[in-house]
Design a protein around this ligand. Structure first.
Ligand SMILES: [Zn+2]
Length: 400
């Protein structure tokens, strides 16, 4: 096992919406410069590649030395690289509303933008690669998010409930969800302000009086605007908070976001696993570029049930199977002295979120909370927990 298991060092992303303590505490590092720590990336993505510590080379360079052996034959032939990107997120302030393209749409979009000469780092570049970006997340704490459109009945009820929005009820009833959403995205900023400023002010005063909970759209609007002395230029993404499902996940609960499902993370911590891509089309709650026509092409205007993923339990392991070939994720929970035994079929990345383990047969190597390690395909391995221990394991599901 000595040449099959390697400690992996990921990259921190200091986006402004991140919290200050959760990820540094998890990684057992000090946030001396008091920077927001939004994400910790484990993978080969070129914008933040992980490093194999013992070898002092990037995970990508290491894989390239012997791709078939390291990734596994099947994975190499299907993907030619590591198909997944593994992250820890600490969401203090809400993220932008977004949707991800299908693989076919990503290829088309990438080629079109490249042919039009849009530079890769240009603010109006939508497609950074030719891949889809389905994603699964497992909550590490109570987690709040917007996910997909509510049912037509629920949307109708919402439009009736808020005087400011009730003018849109006839349009919704006669022309449907897509046309209502399109209108919200296309009306002038002046109209947006006329409709939403009173709603924002009411939301702030309701939150101050503790008259609303996080299940109310107004709670999130108040969180966005409370304390600002000049309430204007309201983000039109606020309309979406009234149209989307507001979901609360408890620790260990998981949800899958497929191409076309609009979503936004609101608050909490999670572990996220996705296809190795950075293709995001934004729909508001962001100062970043919003390409409305492109967004309209990719959103599914369907009232789908939220795609919760219920894990299957195998002893100390819970596997969250996702409806994609690119990745799968499991959690391993062990008590002191308990052993875990497995055989890899693809390159696996494991992250310890609590406790510590000893890998037997590998000079009894110890990994602790916050450590991540990569294991080559076709390796038999086993470890013992030295206390109450939790690990998250990313891998590629095996196909015959
Ligand atoms: Zn997303």
């Amino acid at each position: 096992m000595n040449d099959a298991i390697f400690k992996l060092k990921g990259k921190l992303q200091h986006y402004a919406w991140g919290g200050y303590h959760f990820i540094p505490d998890l990684l057992r590092i000090k946030n001396t410069e008091h920077q927001p720590c939004a994400e910790y990336w484990l993978g080969t993505h070129h914008s933040a590649p992980s490093v194999i510590e013992e070898k002092n080379i990037s995970l990508q360079e290491w894989i390239e030395q012997s791709p078939e052996k390291i990734l596994g034959e099947n994975v190499y032939h299907q993907f030619q690289g590591l198909p997944y990107l593994f992250k820890v997120l600490d969401v203090k302030d809400m993220l932008s509303i977004q949707v991800h393209p299908t693989k076919e749409e990503a290829i088309k979009g990438f080629e079109k933008e490249t042919a039009a000469g849009v530079l890769m780092n240009a603010p109006n570049r939508n497609y950074k690669d030719k891949n889809h970006k389905p994603e699964v997340m497992i909550a590490l704490s109570e987690f709040w998010l917007l996910h997909g459109f509510k049912s037509n009945t629920a949307i109708e009820k919402t439009l009736e409930e808020y005087v400011e929005l009730s003018v849109f009820l006839p349009l919704f009833k006669n022309e449907g969800l897509k046309n209502l959403y399109k209108l919200f995205m296309e009306i002038s900023q002046e109209e947006v302000d006329t409709i939403l400023i009173p709603l924002v002010q009411k939301s702030i005063s309701k939150k101050e009086k503790n008259a609303i909970t996080k299940f109310n759209p107004e709670w999130w609007i108040a969180k966005l605007y409370a304390g600002k002395n000049n309430i204007k230029d309201i983000d039109r993404g606020i309309f979406s908070i009234f149209l989307f499902n507001i979901l609360q996940l408890q620790k260990g609960e998981a949800i899958f976001q497929d191409a076309g499902v609009p979503h936004a993370y609101l608050e909490g911590q999670n572990v996220e696993l996705m296809a190795n891509s950075d293709n995001v089309l934004r729909g508001g709650l962001t100062p970043k570029y919003v390409d409305v026509p492109e967004l309209m092409k990719h959103i599914l205007f369907e009232n789908k049930e939220p795609a919760f993923i219920f894990p299957e339990k195998f002893g100390s392991e819970k596997i969250y199977n996702c409806p994609v070939d690119d990745f799968s994720i499991s959690t391993i929970t062990l008590q002191a002295g308990e052993k875990y035994y497995a055989q890899t079929t693809s390159l696996e990345i494991l992250l310890i979120t609590e406790g510590a383990i000893i890998i037997e047969g590998m000079e009894n190597k110890v990994f602790k909370q916050g450590d991540a390690f990569a294991i080559i395909a076709n390796t038999e391995y086993w470890f013992i927990a030295t206390g109450n221990t939790t690990l998250y394991k990313a891998f590629v599901p095996f196909k015959n």
